[in-house]
Design a protein around this ligand. Structure first.
Ligand SMILES: [Fe+2]
Ligand SMILES: [Fe+2]
Length: 206
């Protein structure tokens, strides 16, 4: 498995589901509502799983793919796009299913999502493919799909995130994890000679 392929595959699924809605019989309100609910759940669990498992790893390894200024800008932009999409989904839920206002809101959600997916594929997925090992891409795909499967039936309540704070918090977490790892490495390398010395001293004193 590969997280970049998993995400790209789900993007295709989202495009197809918006296409199915456009072709759906306009008078079938129950069907339209059910199709939309399924799509809205998929959109949110996909965005949430990306924010939990994909973007933190991209922040560690990315360099700013394609036309992105930097990896920080790339990730901030993605989180901002997710918030805009959440706003559009909320707007759909406030309209009567099948009404002109509902269709306008669904189209807006489609536009936000299409623009975001194109950018995500061009910048974020391409950047990650260039920087991450296949092993890491596999590991993230497992965590990502597991999280989605756990929430697929009921969905996840959408929660906007502050893009700058999202990046800053993950940068801080990475820094402190690296510092802890470096300190552990330092203490294990200083402990080893000390053990030798103390065994020597112990041997001499015997
Ligand atoms: Fe995505
Ligand atoms: Fe995304």
């Amino acid at each position: 498995m590969d997280i970049t392929e998993t995400i790209a595959h789900q993007h295709e699924q989202q495009r197809r589901m918006f296409g199915q809605l456009e072709e759906w019989p306009r008078g079938d309100q129950e069907g339209l509502a059910a199709m939309w609910t399924r799509l809205a759940i998929l959109l949110e669990i996909h965005a949430d799983a990306e924010e939990r498992y994909f973007y933190p790893e991209l922040l560690k390894l990315g360099t700013g793919g394609a036309d992105a200024e930097s990896v920080d800008e790339e990730v901030e932009d993605a989180v901002k796009d997710h918030n805009e999409l959440r706003g559009a989904i909320r707007k759909v839920s406030r309209c009567r299913t099948g009404s002109p206002a509902w269709w306008t809101a669904v189209t807006d959600a489609n536009v936000y999502n299409s623009n975001h997916m194109a950018e995500e594929e061009r910048q974020d997925l391409a950047d990650f493919r260039q920087q991450a090992t296949l092993e890491l891409r596999h590991e993230i795909a497992i965590a990502f799909l597991r999280h989605e499967a756990l929430h697929a039936a009921t969905g996840i309540p959408p929660k906007d995130k502050n893009p700058e704070r999202y990046v800053a918090t993950r940068r801080k977490a990475t820094k402190s994890a690296l510092a802890t790892r470096a300190a552990a490495k330092r203490s294990s390398s200083t402990r080893r000679p000390a053990t030798k010395t103390s065994s020597k001293a112990a041997a001499e004193s015997d």
